[in-house]
Design a protein around this ligand. Structure first.
Ligand code: ZN
Length: 431
């Protein structure tokens, strides 16, 4: 752990110092890939590139890695003796079966260090008691990562996982956690459930909420409705955190709640356009991550498929590291209507501002290579809220006019909540 901690304060250093250290760590990482990962050994050989000559400025000469390659050449990504593998995680694959992601003992420590830093940045201390509402088993990594991070931080964890609302209520009453980690839409539901049962969420003692799996903000960093609701229902601060199984790195908001800080000793982040070219900070594109200091399954330029942007403006917390904006959608969810491109999140934030809409989902079909047809199915609490009003709002905001259908709330809910997913499903892609 001591070795891991040597760059702990790097994010408070100057941009120049951050870049210098990242260059050293990136060099070591690429050399590790070239020497020990059969997959990357082939890549380096094929492209004629040498890890010793690569740095932050010419990293883009190396090809990307995506989920398809990890699934197809899964075992070739292992860069350690199989005896060194300490944990095997399964990630949703692209060819029907889950993909293996292996972690060594060092990688698990690195994971814990990463989460300790993330929790620390949003004011968690060893005084906190934290209710974890995410699973620690079923070969998922997120729950284990949060748990390990809390252990290093010295906070107390309550591992109630994906349990019922009732069981969370019982534990909140009995153990009075000061913080909760979970999916925002679920935590909103939990807060409302507490209130309904006569145990005020506002008085529950929960002061911090760390949100995973769904964005809390729009592209202007303004709270989406779910973020606003969470802070009001719980009278707590809501922080967003982002990660994926493959990148073993987290971007968690600090107390300033203005984008997730990158821990620069743990990852290099790029944003690319549809053609795979690097975009300047601030521009929206796909998030590409090269996690640093990974032993078992190191990756280079991993395409997450998630859409966001980087913020390089100074943060009031004093960290100089880049911040990642909210996830605005998935690359493959990009919709095109008469030359305008946008992601589902833009429609969600617009619909969530219409307080009469209680539930909704979007269905997209293709009308040709460059044009999609978007249909919105919404349930409203007040019949005065019409199809035309919703269309006008969308037109004003997005400059497109999707078809809008006002439907029965139960029918909309059936689509959104009963598809077997842990998260609400609001985007149906029929293209
Ligand atoms: Zn900050």
């Amino acid at each position: 752990m001591k070795n891991l901690q040597i760059y702990k304060n790097l994010e408070f250093s100057s941009v120049k110092k951050i870049k210098a250290v990242q260059n050293i760590l990136l060099g070591k990482h690429l050399l590790h890939c070239q020497k020990y990962s059969p997959y990357y050994r082939r890549v380096f050989k094929k492209t004629g590139l040498d890890a010793r000559r690569l740095n932050l400025d010419n990293l883009s000469t190396l090809e990307f890695t995506d989920k398809t390659e990890i699934a197809q050449y899964n075992d070739d990504f292992l860069a350690v003796d199989p005896a060194k593998v300490a944990d095997i995680v399964l990630s949703s694959g692209t060819c029907g079966r889950p993909t293996k992601i292996a972690y060594s003992e060092w990688d698990l420590k690195r994971l814990a260090y990463n989460e300790e830093r993330s929790f620390g940045s949003c004011s968690f201390t060893n005084q906190d008691t934290v209710l974890l509402t995410c699973t620690l088993d079923r070969c998922f990594i997120a729950g284990l990562a949060y748990y390990s991070g809390l252990r290093v931080l010295g906070a107390a964890a309550i591992r109630n996982g994906l349990n019922s609302l009732e069981s969370h209520l019982e534990l909140i009453k009995r153990l009075r956690p000061s913080a909760i980690v979970g999916v925002p839409s679920f935590l909103r539901k939990l807060g409302l459930y507490l209130n309904q049962k006569g145990y005020s969420a506002q008085k529950s003692g929960v002061k911090k909420i760390v949100c995973i799996g769904e964005p809390l903000r729009d592209k202007n960093l303004k709270f989406l409705k779910v973020g606003q609701d969470l802070e009001i229902i719980w009278r707590a601060k809501a922080y967003s955190t982002y990660s994926t199984t493959e990148i073993v790195s987290t971007f968690c908001e600090c107390a300033a709640q203005a984008g997730g800080h990158l821990h620069p000793d743990l990852a290099v982040v790029e944003i690319i356009n549809e053609q795979g070219r690097n975009l300047p900070n601030g521009q929206i594109g796909e998030v590409v991550v090269t996690p640093l200091r990974i032993q078992a399954m190191p990756l280079v330029r991993f395409r997450t498929g998630d859409i966001s942007f980087l913020i390089d403006a100074p943060c009031s917390c004093g960290r100089k590291s880049l911040r990642l904006g909210p996830i605005l959608g998935r690359q493959k969810q990009m919709m095109k209507v008469r030359g305008t491109t946008f992601y589902p999140q833009a429609i969600y934030s617009c619909l969530e501002e219409i307080k009469e809409i209680s539930e909704y989902y979007i269905s997209v079909t293709s009308e040709g290579q460059l044009c999609d047809s978007i249909e919105i199915y919404a349930a409203v609490t007040d019949p005065a809220c019409t199809q035309t009003q919703i269309q006008e709002k969308l037109q004003a905001r997005l400059r497109v006019t999707p078809k809008v259908f006002i439907c029965d709330e139960e029918l909309v809910k059936e689509q959104v909540y009963t598809s077997g997913s842990r998260k609400p499903v609001r985007f149906i892609d029929r293209r």
